[in-house]
Design a protein around this ligand. Structure first.
Ligand code: PMH
Length: 372
């Protein structure tokens, strides 16, 4: 895809080579026959789903996972051949499209299967049974439910148990008690299936990076590590190889002025200069996902830290400059300038959240620009 034209200098620059390198490293950790499911839901964690999917597949991924039917349709338009799995719940109304377009669906309800079986479909629907081993989100959680679900699928013509999977709640933590319980339950449930489906998959990034290789089964589902981020501070300390973050956020100074001691900046006049200083205005605000909680966060100008001052506006915010700079000076909000880095993890700390959330909250108004 061509990089789109944008006039405002605010952009998220996505380093596709970083994603390629991350996937290649991840692939090297796997047994040769294990497939990579690239988790590209939520616009590839805010990075841009089509470009990330293409890059991940060039580097060795063979299946794409999304969260919703609509995301699956979007993927199918760009990738007519590749396996696409919907990880979340799917309404019955999507079943005909899924069958006709070879979309794999997560399934966890016998009633859903019975309803789906009544749909007019002429090609086999590939279903992945979701077992809830402790995440408490979606999935069958008793042996009876599993048995009934399995029987309902095999009784229906045009339906296939293509896969079985679960998701771990604490794979990124040092304490393995809860994780081990989930593993045991999954393995026990797997034994109940009369026939092993084509794709058994349980591992997310943390499971694959720091747990037993036997949990790779037939495929692993890589999300956060593809994007070059660690799933938790604990996993960060024991990464088997360095990850390369792909997401950076860039803009430019659109206005610079000198203010006098005592002058204030922004809504509510919450910042008042203690001495004469230079203030820069950036064309990015909370409508771009830079929410007001980021007040005080540093950005980089000329390789130097400059804090956001005053309240962040909808489309703009102000920074305290170390000295006078020209309009057009490059500003890095996330990324590296002259060897100095502000990371997604820095933002996550400031926002009191996890790194996963940060690129996801940068809204679509910020164009994603790709570098190779
Ligand atoms: N598999 C499932 C079912 C997931 O929901 C996710 C991430 C992954 C794999 C990939 O995990 P990773 O990014 O840690 O590698 N899902 C979510 C979520 O729902 N909220 O945060 C991450």
């Amino acid at each position: 895809m061509e990089n789109i034209q944008c006039f405002r200098p605010t952009k998220a620059v996505i380093d596709l080579q970083a994603i390629r390198d991350n996937v290649v490293h991840l692939k090297n950790m796997l047994q040769p026959e294990v497939q990579i499911i690239a988790v590209v839901k939520a616009n590839a964690y805010g990075h841009g789903d089509i470009e990330v999917a293409r890059t991940a597949m060039e580097a060795g991924a063979t299946i794409l996972a999304v969260a919703t039917p609509d995301e699956a349709v979007h993927m199918r338009e760009y990738f007519p051949q590749v396996g696409i799995l919907v990880l979340g719940a799917t309404p019955i109304s999507f079943v005909p499209y899924a069958a006709a377009n070879d979309i794999m669906l997560a399934v966890f309800s016998q009633e859903w299967v019975e309803q789906a079986a009544k749909q007019n479909i002429d090609r086999s629907l590939k279903l992945h049974i979701k077992i809830d081993t402790g995440m408490g989100r979606i999935g069958v959680s008793t042996r009876d439910e599993l048995q009934q679900l399995y029987d309902a699928i095999t009784a229906a013509s045009h339906m296939l148990v293509d896969g079985v999977f679960t998701h771990f709640a604490t794979a990124d933590e040092e304490d393995t008690k809860y994780f081990d319980k989930q593993v045991k339950m999954f393995k026990d449930f797997l034994q109940l299936l009369p026939k092993k489906p084509r794709l058994v998959h349980v591992a997310n990034t943390a499971t694959s990076l720091i747990k037993d290789a036997s949990l790779q089964f037939d495929a692993v589902r890589y999300g956060i590590s593809m994007y070059g981020l660690a799933p938790s501070p604990y996993v960060e300390t024991i990464l088997p190889f360095p990850l390369r973050p792909a997401f950076s956020l860039q803009t430019e100074l659109v206005y610079v002025k000198k203010i006098k001691a005592g002058q204030s900046v922004g809504y509510g006049a919450t910042y008042t200069a203690e001495e004469d200083c230079y203030v820069g205005t950036l064309p990015i605000g909370y409508a771009d996902g830079m929410i007001r909680k980021l007040c005080g966060q540093n950005v980089l100008v000329d390789g130097k830290f400059a804090p956001i001052i005053g309240r962040i506006c909808m489309d703009q915010c102000m920074i305290l400059l170390p000295t006078a700079y020209n309009i057009g000076e490059k500003v890095t909000l996330i990324g590296t300038q002259q060897g100095v880095t502000i990371s997604i993890d820095d933002w996550a700390g400031k926002l009191e959240t996890i790194n996963y959330e940060v690129p996801c909250i940068i809204t679509n108004r910020v164009p994603r620009i790709y570098s190779n």
